[in-house]
Ligand binder design. Structure first.
Ligand code: DP6
Length: 355
């Protein structure tokens, strides 16, 4: 008899202070260097995956909002390109093969449909691949386990960090940075695996100054290849690894100033790689530079901001949560035409499946 099983999951975005840039293995998304990030909270993707057993297999994206009630989240359906849909379908097949193996699920593959939506507006220029691959990986795994294996799945997810790591490894093969969204707030990703990092820092907020909503001139997957042609590439791995060591110690000792300095140097280095590769490109807009210049004097503050930029023009300003409101006012006063998204640090994905 045909059975339906539906899973709903929410997974956050993350912001790397030491960046994943350059791959050792492009098929498996193994990074050239370790990276270190902060997991966010409400800037997230909600994924709904529905499995229909006893029917012919096939995976379909349904461009509708996930069916979720009272989440309190403002959701928008992403405009996925055909290539984006194909990439996600290929990834769901990968998750199916792995979950079938772990939970000894009956073959053949059931029919699978999926819906995704993000809390960040389409026009915000915020990359969604980390949160969407994390959400779809977890929702697919949960839905595939169905009622039979569901208790085992829930136990593994809530008590076994090795299982979480295995799902993060799978997700990484879809999009590298998504593996860091599986736990939080502070996460280290080295070679295959993620690990949570100890921190004595107070809770942080991320204020994202939105500067461009244009689609990226170069995808981050392309950027990972291009940077190798920069004359600054030499020694990049060693410098990044050194920063990871420095940042890990700064977190452990609660040294905001050191972390802020390391993140600042790292952001300039990654973007300098883009600016100096064989076919140079930039994600920056004039106002990106205006914000960076404006921020510089605040590094003298007793509690300096941590500033970072991904492969995009928007500026992330991480500050102590208790100071977030004052920072928001300050940013809005100086850049009145800019929208600012505000989020807190978070702890990773959550299942929202109704019980
Ligand atoms: C600049 O994870 O998007 O945001 O593995 O090819 O999907 P793929 O790349 P992706 O790269 C993210 C690059 C970055 C830095 C970072 O998040 O560490």
């Amino acid at each position: 008899m045909t059975q339906f099983y539906r899973a709903l999951v929410r997974a956050p975005a993350n912001i790397a202070l030491i960046k994943y840039m350059g791959k050792d293995d492009a098929l498996l998304n193994l990074p050239l260097n370790a990276s270190l990030s902060l997991t966010l909270d409400t800037l997230c993707t909600v994924a709904e995956v529905e499995v229909e057993t006893e029917t012919l297999g096939g995976i379909t994206w349904i461009p509708e909002l996930p069916r979720i009630e009272n989440s309190g989240l403002q959701l928008e359906i992403p405009r996925l390109t055909d290539a984006g849909i194909a990439r996600m379908i290929h990834h769901i097949e990968r998750v199916y093969r792995a979950i079938q193996e772990i939970f000894k699920l009956p073959s053949p593959m059931p029919r699978i449909t999926f819906r995704t939506a993000n809390t960040f507006p389409m026009s915000s220029g915020i990359a969604s691949s980390a949160s969407s691959f994390a959400a779809v990986t977890l929702a697919t795994a949960e839905a595939l386990c169905g009622p039979q294996s569901h208790t085992r799945f829930e136990n593994a997810w809530s008590t076994d960090f090795e299982f979480k790591k295995a799902l993060a490894r799978l997700s990484r093969q879809g999009s590298g940075s998504s593996c860091r969204s599986f736990t939080g707030p502070w996460v280290l990703w080295a070679t295959e695996d993620i690990s949570p990092l100890q921190s004595k820092l107070p809770p942080l907020s991320d204020l994202i100054v939105l500067i461009s909503s244009e689609s990226k001139p170069v995808s981050s997957s392309m950027a990972h290849e291009q940077v190798r042609t920069s004359p600054l590439w030499n020694g990049r791995k060693e410098r990044a690894e050194e920063r990871v060591r420095g940042a890990t110690t700064a977190l452990k000792t609660g040294n905001l100033r050191t972390l802020s300095q390391i993140a600042w140097n790292e952001l300039w280095e990654m973007h300098s790689l883009f600016h100096t590769c064989a076919e140079p490109f930039t994600y920056w807009e004039p106002e990106t530079i205006a914000v960076l210049k404006w921020l510089k004097p605040f590094f003298q503050n007793a509690s300096p901001p941590i500033v970072s930029l991904d492969a995009g023009a928007n500026v992330h300003i991480l500050v102590e949560k208790t100071q977030a409101e004052a920072w928001l006012e300050r940013i809005e006063q100086r850049f009145p035409n800019r929208k600012v998204l505000v989020d807190d640090n978070g702890s990773g994905p959550q299942s929202l499946t109704p019980r």
